[in-house]
Design a protein around this ligand. Structure first.
Ligand SMILES: *[C@@H]1O[C@H](CO)[C@@H](O)[C@H](O)[C@H]1NC(C)=O
Ligand SMILES: *[C@@H]1O[C@H](CO)[C@@H](O)[C@H](O)[C@H]1NC(C)=O
Ligand SMILES: *[C@@H]1O[C@H](CO)[C@@H](O)[C@H](O)[C@H]1NC(C)=O
Ligand SMILES: *[C@@H]1O[C@H](CO)[C@@H](O)[C@H](O)[C@H]1NC(C)=O
Ligand SMILES: *[C@@H]1O[C@H](CO)[C@@H](O)[C@H](O)[C@H]1NC(C)=O
Ligand SMILES: *[C@@H]1O[C@H](CO)[C@@H](O)[C@H](O)[C@H]1NC(C)=O
Ligand SMILES: *[C@@H]1O[C@H](CO)[C@@H](O)[C@H](O)[C@H]1NC(C)=O
Ligand SMILES: *[C@@H]1O[C@H](CO)[C@@H](O)[C@H](O)[C@H]1NC(C)=O
Ligand SMILES: *[C@@H]1O[C@H](CO)[C@@H](O)[C@H](O)[C@H]1NC(C)=O
Ligand SMILES: *[C@@H]1O[C@H](CO)[C@@H](O)[C@H](O)[C@H]1NC(C)=O
Ligand SMILES: *[C@@H]1O[C@H](CO)[C@@H](O)[C@H](O)[C@H]1NC(C)=O
Ligand SMILES: *[C@@H]1O[C@H](CO)[C@@H](O)[C@H](O)[C@H]1NC(C)=O
Length: 631
């Protein structure tokens, strides 16, 4: 009884999921899908995505096909990464008159046939077209019909030409993406006569001239991205009337003039970027009132940083670097702040300690290349999330606070070119997360802390230009990630320990007080490119093992007390040996390398002459020289 019941249910189930449902899809849509199946099968070869389904099965079950709930019609086709090269299927898909979205992004389409525009324009419910990341070339076609089309994405193609009225018929257009193409001319402003546009993404094209005021017709705009074009002129003050705007990106253009203060009236605006332009004037009042992110870097803004600017409670990211700002850093900093970049201005005064204790979100702090003074506050040690701290190229004085050793997420610490003194705190040299440590060109003294062995992830260590003395700790060998070690211009001495094996960029021990013979352990550094041992007291011969250091491109041995015969180095190494009195240079016999050099030189001349003359005369000269050489 029970098993007969189960069999019956199963039968119903099978009917329901194969025959019944299948029969509900209009036969026209089934045959259309069948055609598309065939086109893809012929065209995509081994990447054919419907390999595992039969052409006779219900298309609603094929990958990328969306149907209405009752499987009564197809409403969407999503074919991203289907390896499609042919556009043949495009006029065919719109025979499905219930289609609402078509996504053919991430394929290899190079054209869209005219038939597509005429047939699809008639599909009344079509709301989304996505051709992003194909290989479309030529200019943008005109859209006629497409009455409900809201989303149009042609980003990441090779489309060119101007955009005039091609999109003006799209009455429902809300979301347009033409970024990463090669469009020229003015920023398009005929984008649907009902003015419903909300997102306008035009970055990375070749649009020129000013930001058009006609853009203000679209009062519902929430996003404008015009970055990476060739726009000039200033930002229209009226942009402040776009009261729905959330994101405004104008980066990397040739815009100039002042930043309009009207933008600070837009309560919805949370991201504004205008970096890498020619904006001048001062930072307008209240600009960060509602913003979460502001980037005005690489302009020529002047004046001081207004005292309220950093304190606005929503502000998370502020980049004002590479401007001409002066005065001091405001004391009141929002506790939401995560990235603060004020480098390469003319700021002075001290680092304000007032807010430091509450900056728990702070991840990047860059104040480099200013004229900041005073000590480095130990309160910085409370900003436990800091991953990057760059205070280089300032006038900081005093000792380095050991409290910086509390920054257990720190990856980059740049303090070079300041006037810091005293010993390098062992606590800092224990930060196992550090990748880059640059303390060069200060006045640190004492010896290199033994705790240096903790820096397992350190790739670049720069301690040059200080007053460090004593020996290099033997444990330095354990820094397996280290690719650059700069210890020049100190007063280091004693035995040079085995160096980290994977050093690549440089090992610089120059201008120290090392003596004795060049240590044989250096021979293991087979990946090292630059070795600088100059201005020390090294004596004895230049070892032959340098020949085995096959990556070496520069070897600086100047100003030591080396003696003996200089080994013959290969042509890829630049060797400097001046300032050593006892060196003997081998006589320049016609060695195999130098003979080859001369030969290639003369054949170069032949080629040049032949190219210059280009005709029979050149050929004659060439033959003549060839014969002469043979003799
Ligand atoms: C188009 O497809 C890409 C991915 O393939 C996606 O990132 C993008 O958001 C889509 N565009 C629209 C308007 O949906
Ligand atoms: C193109 O921009 C639109 C509008 O902002 C966005 O919805 C879409 O996701 C973007 N497409 C891609 C591929 O990022
Ligand atoms: C903004 O969008 C709303 C619907 O969301 C619409 O009613 C209104 O007309 C649009 N504004 C403009 C200026 O078209
Ligand atoms: C940038 O704009 C200025 C005018 O503001 C113009 O003189 C200059 O030629 C433009 N530069 C480029 C590279 O377009
Ligand atoms: C900002 O809005 C206020 C009130 O609507 C208005 O009085 C003021 O002029 C606006 N400021 C700017 C710079 O547009
Ligand atoms: C800003 O630059 C424009 C030219 O691009 C110039 O006319 C104007 O005087 C400058 N303003 C300030 C405050 O320097
Ligand atoms: C810091 O700024 C915030 C927000 O602007 C403000 O509420 C607070 O009173 C300021 N604190 C001080 C001490 O100025
Ligand atoms: C310092 O700032 C000046 C002016 O902004 C800039 O020209 C220079 O390249 C910067 N130097 C460094 C080391 O960043
Ligand atoms: C290091 O410098 C500090 C401050 O200049 C000084 O007090 C100390 O004596 C120096 N230490 C050594 C070992 O030279
Ligand atoms: C070192 O780097 C590796 C790989 O990036 C990472 O997984 C690891 O957590 C790092 N170690 C420390 C102590 O930060
Ligand atoms: C380095 O230390 C010596 C004495 O130990 C001192 O004479 C010299 O001025 C110091 N140099 C620097 C740059 O601090
Ligand atoms: C340390 O800073 C100096 C000066 O800015 C720079 O030349 C050097 O390359 C930096 N060292 C490392 C290892 O990055």
């Amino acid at each position: 009884m029970g098993s007969r019941y189960t069999a019956f249910t199963l039968l119903i189930f099978l009917i329901y999921y194969s025959g019944l449902v299948f029969s509900q899809l209009p036969s026209g849509q089934v045959s259309t899908m069948s055609k598309i199946y065939e086109i893809f099968q012929d065209n995509t070869g081994s990447s054919f995505v419907w390999n595992n389904v039969a052409r006779e099965s219900n298309p609603c079950l094929w990958r990328g096909v969306s149907c209405s709930t009752a499987y009564s019609s197809i409403n969407g086709l999503s074919f991203p990464f289907f390896s499609i090269f042919t556009s043949e299927f495009l006029p065919v898909v719109c025979q499905i008159d219930t289609l609402e979205f078509l996504d053919v992004s991430n394929n290899h389409l190079s054209s869209i046939p005219d038939g597509f525009y005429s047939v699809c324009g008639e599909v009344n419910g079509l709301r989304l077209l996505n051709f992003s990341r194909n290989r479309l070339i030529g200019s943008l076609s005109s859209f006629n019909g497409f009455r409900m089309l809201e989303y149009v994405d042609f980003s990441h193609n090779y489309l060119s030409g101007e955009i005039d009225l091609q999109l003006d018929g799209l009455d429902s257009l809300k979301n347009l993406n033409l970024s990463h193409n090669m469009f020229i001319g003015n920023v398009p402003t005929s984008l649907g006569r009902l003015n419903l546009l909300e997102e306008l993404q035009l970055s990375f094209n070749r649009f020129i001239n000013e930001i058009p005021r006609q853009i203000l017709r679209y009062r519902n705009l929430t996003l404008i991205d015009l970055s990476l074009n060739r726009l000039s002129g200033s930002i229209p003050e009226e942009l402040g009337q776009l009261t729905e705007l959330r994101v405004l990106v104008l980066s990397i253009n040739n815009l100039s003039g002042g930043i309009p203060s009207s933008l600070s009236n837009i309560t919805t605006l949370f991201k504004f970027a205008a970096n890498q332009n020619n904006f001048n004037g001062t930072i307008p009042y209240g600009i960060t009132r509602y913003l979460r992110s502001l980037d005005l870097s690489y302009n020529t803004l002047r004046g001081t940083i207004p005292s309220y600017l950093l304190s606005c409670p929503n502000l998370q990211s502020l980049d004002l670097s590479y401007n001409e700002l002066e005065g001091s850093i405001p004391t009141n900093i929002s506790s939401s702040m995560s990235r603060l970049r004020l480098g390469s201005n003319s700021l002075n005064g001290v680092i304000p300690v007032f807010s430091l204790g509450s900056l728990v979100e702070l991840t990047y702090l860059e104040l480099d290349n200013n004229s900041l003074t005073g000590p480095i506050p130990s309160e910085l040690g409370t900003c436990g999330n800091l991953a990057l701290l760059n205070l280089a190229h300032n006038r900081f004085t005093g000792l380095l606070p050991p409290a910086l050793g509390d920054l257990t997420n720190l990856q980059v610490l740049n303090l070079q070119f300041n006037n810091l003194v005293g010993e390098i705190p062992a606590q800092i040299i224990m930060l196992t997360t550090l990748r880059m440590l640059n303390l060069s060109w200060n006045s640190f003294n004492g010896s290199i802390p033994l705790s240096v062995t903790s820096l397992r992830n350190l790739t670049n260590l720069d301690l040059q230009g200080n007053n460090l003395s004593g020996q290099i700790p033997g444990s330095i060998e354990n820094l397996y990630s280290l690719i650059e070690l700069q210890l020049g211009n100190n007063q280091l001495s004693g035995v040079i320990p085995s160096m980290p094996l994977y050093l690549q960029i440089a090992l610089n021990l120059s201008h120290n007080q090392f003596t004795g013979s060049i240590p044989v352990t250096l021979s293991r550094l087979t990946g090292l490119k630059v070795l600088d041992l100059s201005s020390n007291g090294f004596s004895g011969e230049i070892p032959n093992f340098f020949m085995g250091m096959t990556s070496l491109t520069q070897l600086v041995l100047s100003y030591n007390q080396l003696s003996g015969v200089v080994p013959r180095f290969g042509p890829h190494v630049v060797v400097q040996t001046n300032g050593n009195n006892g060196l003997i240079f081998p006589v320049e016999n016609p060695s195999p390398t130098s003979r080859r050099k001369r030969k290639s030189l003369s054949s170069d001349i032949v080629i040049i002459i032949a190219l210059a003359a280009g005709t029979g005369a050149g050929l004659l000269i060439m033959i003549f020289m060839f014969v002469k050489k043979k003799i």
